[in-house]
Design a protein around this ligand. Structure first.
Ligand code: AMP
Ligand code: MG
Length: 947
């Protein structure tokens, strides 16, 4: 019957081949499915004999003379009785390495014509008499890795016979690929096929996750295949220990390595549900073992790292999944994809982003296998041809990442094949090291829970925890803010300290305004402080500042501190209800305000001082400095910020934290007495502290913009120029507002941008027109800013930089373990900037301020910011978003939970969900790329009444 069907017969494709055939139709130019073998021949080559050798191989192996075509709408394969070998020999004597590499790539990438063949080509590049590069390239549809091994095994026998023209002593081919296709079809329609399908359906039938490994570059919208390989090895001792673990746990080294790799992926992604593909030989029956063709079949190995099990228990789970997969490996992956229909995503391959492959050398094939590892190895005699592995620098892969592990002669070899559009070689080198440290950690204590196993080398750990946190700098830790100011008053009593510009729309002279010299400002503040002391204000008491942006506000601020009290800013633009919540929580001794604001206050029983109204009493007070009653360890201010339970929480900041902060800012970004800082930020935002205190302790000038000006880009631009500002700090929204109003930048201006992530486009516009632009990062709880970064023009996210003086930053996983460079972790802050905690909320304070696990000093704490971040290789930190429900909108920090709680207090609302939506294209301001808004969804208590 075989004879009758003859060599011209058409045969259907296997499932794997069908998938490849369709992919080829979609992208005939793609070389993602080209397979290859490359070797250096370091002996003389009988070129005609070599060519005859490959012709003999093609004559023997039907798969090498098969073409693929459509027949009645179905792809079929056709085996031809003869196919001429595609063999070319080229002199490469004059080529340098780069040219050789280019020519090899050219040959690898050259598309195959599946319809007309040939599906394999042979190239020999001769460099010298005993130096040639032999390259075999074949389409995957015709042959897989094991097929190459079969071919090389036969080459070893055939080549000598072609040299002396004797006959080939190989047994005739008994089985061929069409036998496999027939077997596969029958098997799938049998009960075995149904049982395999049931198994995979159960494994993969539910919500398949996408693995989001942290990449060095954003994922291209359409999947690419550019790749490279990083090779590493695991020493013999560790390999033996791993083997021992496999033995005591009654499993295989394959399972141990797979479990370790899945742990690594879990640690890199923080995703508990990990899918990894693993290629199986796919040669369902022993008689297919020496057949050339496309057999290899992917199985999906799914592991659940949830609940953070000890490694040993996890290994048990993985090894059960692995033996299940091995038992059910004959189910074609292509068919699985077709039947389970995972959501199509053109940026990824279906189901799987990562592959794991484990090979042990079967005796007899050891010397051949080494050629496929991409590493320089030992020369091997192939019937007189001396071949040695020739690593090709570039490779293509279907996956984001693949780990090939090979156990040979007692040691483990690893190769990470990765997509170079996503990853850098340095990232892969680090990953390989982490894998080794992890393996070491596993054998040292296999009972360790997955998230606590070590990843970092000692060197890396030292770099992350110590070197990058080495920020000591002297600062006057015992002094208070107002003392630093008083020292400056003595230095420059007659210099102008502060300007409050006149209303530009009314003023005749544009640079007109109220001003105070250092001495005047200090004397007014002293008078207020003396008066406050008379009212019982002093250390340990609180003064509310409910003041419009004005000179009074600054006098009030300094007067409060001089009296020894801490201030609480109360924003006149806040709704009464919110102010009421703050007044309920904070026991104020005195409220400082202005007459015109009195109506905005909620009902209260407070002692009120109105700066204008009580002008005469104040004027009678002494102008002399007060005896200082406070030190660095007294409170400077309490700042209320949104609370997730529906109530704002008061962050308590001591003088020492602010003094350290200012000392650091004075050096970098830097401020001197020659500077004029244009202040725009409301006092209820802690960053106003930089704008008011920093100039006043260095002798610079503050220009205080009115609330009206701050909200109007055009006026802001005019005043910035009129007053010769050299520094301004603002949120990205305010910078955006300025640019939208037509402001064209300012060559002498140092621009500080912070409070939320600075969009790249905004940054580049500022960088192009300002003297310098800084990214400022920090939560209220660690005093204003904790990390800064001098921005540069470019692309991609802008880092938040490095910790400021006497500040430590740690990026940790859920188990407080430091995450490696490039891997996201939660950002924790330690050091001199830490708040005492939240006013009267010991439980919340204990939750957010944890004992510092990296400090030998008792009592040291870390603040959990809830921000997600990662290190760049050079140590700059990249902000990645939030791990919770806190959002920033136009610089305002909000807990969505606070708004939800407020909505639910309404009698008509049963349930509420609030989200911050980033809708592109906004009708109101078309030039803004995106505008974040709060959107609330509610379920009402009852149906709306009929009209
Ligand atoms: P706040 O307490 O109002 O200063 O808010 C602190 C939070 O604002 C941080 O935890 C971050 O989520 C965010 N934030 C502050 N500055 C930046 C920045 N430069 N880049 C990104 N996010 C920032
Ligand atoms: Mg902040």
């Amino acid at each position: 019957r075989e004879k009758v069907e003859g060599s011209q017969a058409f045969c259907p494709l296997s499932y794997g081949q069908r998938a490849l055939w369709f992919l080829h139709q979609l992208a005939p130019e793609s070389w993602a499915y080209h397979t290859l073998f490359a070797a250096r021949v370091c002996s003389e080559v009988d070129i005609p004999a070599l060519q005859r050798t490959f012709q003999t191989l093609i004559d023997r192996q039907p798969a090498l003379r098969t073409t693929y075509t459509l027949r009645n709408g179905e792809p079929v394969q056709q085996i031809h009785p003869h196919q001429d070998v595609d063999f070319e020999e080229t002199s490469a004597a004059a080529w340098d390495e780069a040219e050789l590499n280019d020519r090899l790539l050219e040959q690898i990438q050259q598309p195959f014509d599946l319809e007309h063949g040939p599906v394999v080509r042979v190239r020999l590049f001769s460099r010298a008499a005993k130096d040639h590069i032999l390259l075999l390239v074949g389409h995957h549809i015709a042959l897989d890795l094991l097929s190459y091994m079969v071919l090389l095994d036969e080459l070893r026998v055939i080549y000598p016979t072609q040299q002396d023209r004797t006959s080939v002593a190989l047994p005739p081919i008994q089985f061929q690929y069409r036998d496999f296709v027939r077997w596969q079809t029958q098997m799938l329609s049998s009960s075995k096929g149904q049982q395999l399908w049931a198994y995979w359906q159960e494994q993969l039938g539910t919500d398949l996750p996408l693995l989001n490994l942290p990449t060095d570059r954003p994922r291209p919208a359409v999947q690419t295949y550019r790749g490279a390989t990083h090779v590493f090895s695991v020493n013999e001792t560790l390999t033996q220990q791993l083997q021992l673990l496999a033995k005591t746990e009654k499993t295989t080294l394959y399972a141990v390595l797979l479990a370790a790799f899945q742990t690594l992926l879990y640690r890199y992604s923080a995703q508990p549900d990990i899918l990894v593909g693993s290629p199986m030989l796919g040669r369902g029956r022993p008689e297919f073992e020496r057949v050339v063709g496309y057999f290899v079949n992917m199985v999906v190995l799914r592991a659940n790292c949830g609940g953070n099990p000890p490694f040993k228990a996890f290994l048990g789970q993985v090894s059960r999944a692995l033996s299940g997969a091995l038992d059910h490996q004959d189910y074609p992956f292509a068919l699985l994809v077709e039947r389970l229909r995972p959501q199509r995503d053109s940026s990824r391959s279906p189901f799987l982003d990562v592959m794991f492959d484990y090979e042990t050398l079967q005796s007899g094939q050891q010397d051949i296998t080494q050629f496929f590892l991409g590493e320089v190895g030992r020369p091997v005699d192939f019937g007189g041809l001396i071949l040695e592995p020739f690593p090709l620098r570039q490779q293509e892969g279907q996956f984001d990442l693949a780990l090939h592990a090979l156990e040979a002669k007692g040691a483990l070899q690893g190769a990470l094949v990765y997509n170079t559009d996503l990853f850098d070689v340095t990232t892969m080198a680090r990953m390989a090291q982490h894998f080794e440290v992890l393996l070491q950690g596993i054998v040292t204590n296999p009972e360790t829970p997955l998230s606590r196993l070590p990843l970092l080398t000692t060197l890396e750990e030292n770099q992350l925890l110590v070197v990058w946190n080495h920020t000591p700098a002297a600062y006057p830790a015992t002094l208070c803010l107002h003392q630093l100011f008083e020292t400056q008053v003595e230095r420059t009593p007659n210099a102008i300290a502060i300007v409050f510009p006149a209303d530009t729309t009314k003023a005749t002279n544009r640079s007109e305004g109220q001003t105070l010299t250092y001495r005047e400002l200090s004397e007014q503040a002293n008078q207020l402080a003396h008066y406050l002391r008379g009212l019982g204000v002093g250390p340990g008491t609180l003064v509310g500042l409910y003041l419009e942006r004005s000179l009074d506000m600054v006098v009030g601020l300094l007067g409060t501190l001089k009296a020894g009290a801490a201030y609480i800013p109360l924003d006149p633009t806040y709704p009464k209800e919110r102010l009421a919540l703050i007044l309920e929580d904070a026991p104020l001794s005195v409220l400082l305000t202005q007459e015109q604001l009195l109506d905005g206050l909620p009902a209260h029983t407070l002692q009120v001082v109105c700066v204008q109204r009580d002008h005469e009493v104040l004027a009678r007070q002494s102008k002399a400095n007060l005896t200082n009653l406070t030190s660095g360890d007294n409170l400077a201010y309490i700042l209320f910020t949104s609370g997730s339970t529906g109530r704002p929480k008061g962050v308590q900041i001591p003088h020492r934290a602010v003094v350290n902060f200012l000392s650091s800012m004075r050096r970098q970004p830097g401020l001197t007495e020659r500077d004029t800082l244009f202040s725009v930020t409301t006092l209820s935002f802690d960053i106003a502290g930089l704008e008011l205190f920093l100039p006043l302790i260095v002798g610079a000038r503050v220009v205080l913009a009115s609330r009206e000006v701050v909200g109007d880009g055009r006026q802001l631009a005019t005043q910035l120029a009129d007053w010769g500002a050299t520094v301004m700090q603002a949120t990205p929204s305010t910078w955006q507002l300025l640019l939208e109003a037509g402001w064209s930048g300012e060559q002498r201006l140092k621009a500080l941008c912070g409070g939320e992530a600075c969009p790249r486009e905004l940054a580049n516009r500022l960088i192009a027109t300002c003297a310098s632009v800084w990214n400022m990062y920090g939560p209220t709880e660690t005093t204003i800013w904790s990390a800064i970064y001098a921005m540069e023009a470019g692309e991609g996210t802008i880092p938040i930089g490095r910790p400021i003086a006497n500040t430590q930053i740690y990026l940790l996983n859920s188990d407080w373990q430091p995450v490696p460079v490039g891997v996201p972790g939660v950002l924790y802050i330690g050091g001199a900037g830490l708040a005492w905690g939240y006013l009267d909320q010991p439980a919340l304070t204990a939750e957010k301020f944890i004992p510092n696990p990296f400090s030998a000093q008792p009592g040291e704490r870390l603040y959990n910011t809830g921000d997600l971040a990662r290190y760049r290789p050079e140590g700059a930190i990249e902000f990645l978003g939030r791990s919770d429900q806190q959002v920033k909108i136009r610089g305002y920090r909000m807990e969505l939970g606070e708004i939800e709680a407020a909505l639910c207090r309404h009698p008509g609302v049963k349930e509420a969900v609030v989200v911050a939506r980033e809708d592109s294209s906004s009708a109101t301001s078309p030039s803004r790329q995106t505008e974040k808004r709060l959107v609330a969804y509610i379920i009402s208590v009852r149906e709306p009444a009929p009209p």
